[in-house]
Design a protein around this ligand. Structure first.
Ligand SMILES: Nc1ncnc2c1ncn2[C@@H]1O[C@H](COP(=O)(O)OP(=O)(O)OP(=O)(O)O)[C@@H](O)[C@H]1O
Ligand SMILES: [Mg+2]
Length: 295
């Protein structure tokens, strides 16, 4: 069986900038983004890949970019390998279904998080302060409760380690009032539309994270959109507030890791084959549910 793609190496194209999941190649005025099968948990990239995960992320992002075109432009230029520059065609087998040629953007250095439900780090903060990112929330919320309306809870974009929550005022100090208002408005509109689409397919988008960038003075959406790596997807039929929910994301991996004696610093442990396989199936399942097509 084909192996998971842990990293790419295209020496004649250049040295990639490697994120946790993606390898980025500078193509002059464009970027080549390759989604590998790497998986991170607790901000540590694990040595084991999840076969085809990069394809799932790429297909889902493409689906959502199209769905959101009426709200915002995106960075996509081309995703059909046949239409890539000649220099890339020899890597076609690797690039197919997991890469995009995109506009090089000046990435706005914040993560635009939107939450419709209270979960994860927001739940922890709420328990301490009844607020999240400086937004006061009603008393008596349970873990995974639906919020009255979606909230915008931006964070810093840490080069290494964990992102930090920002209040709206702190965001304004970082990027200015007009841009802060604009990103908040866009993020909530995109999230709201995504919830409508996902709900019809039996899925709750509990929260998600967007990145925006500037190209020719215009704000566009970049990176990945509404994938299991950037979002918490829950099944409507299993939804039950008052506890944490089973997500279509790395929950299987996190649960496995939490059962180990590992301090969540590098190097991360290998995943056993059954954990990798189960995780792979979850990624493929959410792709099929949301888009109606498979790998
Ligand atoms: N159109 C674009 N122009 C420039 N940079 C982009 C564009 N789209 C995505 N990026 C950047 O590419 C990287 C994607 O890689 P990946 O998601 O693997 O990184 P990451 O580990 O999440 O890193 P980071 O903490 O920098 O987001 C991100 O740093 C993202 O900001
Ligand atoms: Mg990322």
């Amino acid at each position: 069986m084909e192996q998971a793609l842990i990293k790419t190496d295209f020496p004649d194209i250049g040295t990639p900038k490697r994120g946790k999941v993606r390898d980025l190649y500078d193509m002059g005025d464009k970027l080549l983004i390759v989604a590998t099968d790497r998986i991170s948990a607790f901000d540590v990239v694990l040595p084991t890949g999840i076969k085809d995960k990069g394809k799932v992320l790429t297909k889902l992002s493409l689906f959502w970019f199209r769905e959101m075109e009426s709200i915002i432009g995106n960075h996509l230029i081309e995703t059909d390998v046949e239409k890539y520059p000649e220099s890339l065609k020899k890597y076609g087998d690797i690039l197919k279904d997991r890469s995009m040629l995109v506009k090089k953007a000046r990435v706005i250095p914040v993560e635009c998080v939107v939450r419709g439900y209270i979960s994860g780090s927001a739940w922890k903060e709420y328990k301490k302060s009844e607020s999240v990112c400086g937004i006061k929330l009603p008393k008596g919320l349970l873990e995974s409760s639906k919020l009255n309306e979606p909230i915008f809870t931006p964070t810093t974009k840490a080069e290494e380690g964990h992102d930090m929550n920002l209040t709206f005022e702190e965001l304004v100090k970082t990027i200015g009032n007009d841009l802060a208002e604009k990103l908040k408005d866009l993020s909530i509109r995109i999230y709201t539309k995504a919830c409508e689409i996902a709900e019809k397919k039996g899925i709750i988008v509990a929260d998600t994270k967007f990145e925006f960038g500037m190209v020719d003075g215009e704000v566009i959406i970049v990176d990945e959109v509404l994938t299991p790596d950037s979002s918490r997807f829950w099944s409507i039929k299993d939804y039950k507030p008052g506890t944490s929910q089973e997500s279509y994301d790395k929950q299987i991996v996190r649960d496995y890791l939490n059962g180990l004696d590992w301090d969540k610093t590098y190097p991360g442990p290998e995943l056993p084959p059954h954990v990798a396989e189960k995780t792979r199936n979850r990624y493929i399942e959410i792709l099929e549910i949301l888009t109606g097509y498979g790998l």
